[in-house]
Design a protein around this ligand. Structure first.
Ligand SMILES: [Zn+2]
Length: 124
């Protein structure tokens, strides 16, 4: 692995902090979305704004889902650091360049594999 222990420890700390913050955000967003969905609570909006209110609630829920995906990615990364598989492409098994990991600590694929995956996705 191309990353030293001190850098990994720092990354683990950072990821744990990020996951904790995301957990809070997800909880707050679920709460916020529920509040938006209950009509009559917010007197600043009239009935014409209902469609806006609903779509706003949907956006909030979508963001919470994205946050949950990120939490899952962080947990997967923390796990791979623990078992020593961090920084190895899950697809082809090469070491992911440290520069890529620095830019995208949650990356699980090397650049060529990620590129191929994105191409395959677009074709669908
Ligand atoms: Zn690869």
């Amino acid at each position: 692995m191309a990353i030293d222990r001190a850098q990994l420890d720092e990354l683990v700390t950072k990821l744990r902090r990020r996951a904790a913050r995301l957990h809070d955000e997800v909880a707050a967003k679920h709460h916020g979305a529920a509040a938006l969905e209950s009509p009559g609570e917010d007197r600043e909006r009239d009935n014409d704004d209902m469609s806006f209110v609903i779509s706003e609630a949907e956006v909030e829920t979508g963001e919470a889902e994205r946050d949950e995906l990120e939490i899952a990615a962080i947990e997967r990364t923390l796990h791979s650091i623990e078992d020593g598989s961090y920084g190895i492409c899950v697809q082809c098994g090469v070491d992911i360049p440290p520069a890529r990991l620095k830019a995208q600590p949650l990356a699980v694929r090397c650049v060529p594999c990620q590129g191929a995956r994105e191409q395959a996705r677009k074709r669908r």
